[in-house]
Design a protein around this ligand. Sequence first.
Ligand code: HPA
Length: 285
Amino acid sequence: MPDTFGRAEFEKAAAYIRARSAHRPTVGVVLGSGLNPLAEEIAQADVIPYEEIPYFPAATVEGHVGRLLLGLLQGMPVLVMQGRVHYYEGYSMQQVTFPVRVMRTLGVHTLILTNAAGGLNPAFRAGDLMLITDHINLMGMTGLNPLRGPNDPALGPRFPDMSKVYDPGLRRLALRVAGELNIPLQQGVYIGLAGPTFETPADIRFLRLIGADAVGMSTVPEAIVARHGSMRVLGISGISNVAIAEADAAGEASHEEVLEAGRLLVPRLTALLRGILAELARQQP
Ligand code: HPA
């Protein structure tokens, strides 16, 4: 499999998906670790395993199913990724973000990114939802930017603006819907690390110091590529564990803990996403 792609590959994958489903979604949803049960609620779903889509990266981590679903949620045609791939799995940044390019090629203009994240903000508890207001691209600052390499101006600009990655209108909508449904919704800055190691207590103190509220191993590359292609992005983290900032503290971070918290987070996240999609359906022309 090539580790960089261009329009020919995006078109080929998009054509394959178009041939497998009559749905023409304009909203995409990426479901993060342990959050994928939402996909079971999609009506009239066409289900395509990632392996069958040309060039699509296959999910390798427990808790990531690896299927694309096209169907209806709250009457809104959606394209849902049940599981994503991460850089730490050995994929290039272009492979990690390939599905976002394909969504854009398919006409998706609104992308909802979800993830499981560690809480850095001392006010956060496991089971909280956090609306992402902004991100820190720590992996990109050290060279792992998905836009590294030749730029195709037909896809987006060489130096894309990142001053409003998480669409202000979508954020207002999410806050309003959460308020109406009585779903507690924290807000904060997500910081993306490459993983797969969890952070040391010293890492955690550093991440807090530089202004991050939640830490994870995904989302940032996808949000960057989506913005490069002028998509509107909404990001929601499910706080699956609170980060440990003191050396020698009791307790350890584990993937099982992340998946277990996902089970608690799913009902809240599902209700919030349903509410948001119902509003987006109402705003359709
Ligand atoms: N750190 C990094 N990524 C994560 C965490 C964490 O504590 N929890 C879920 N994803």
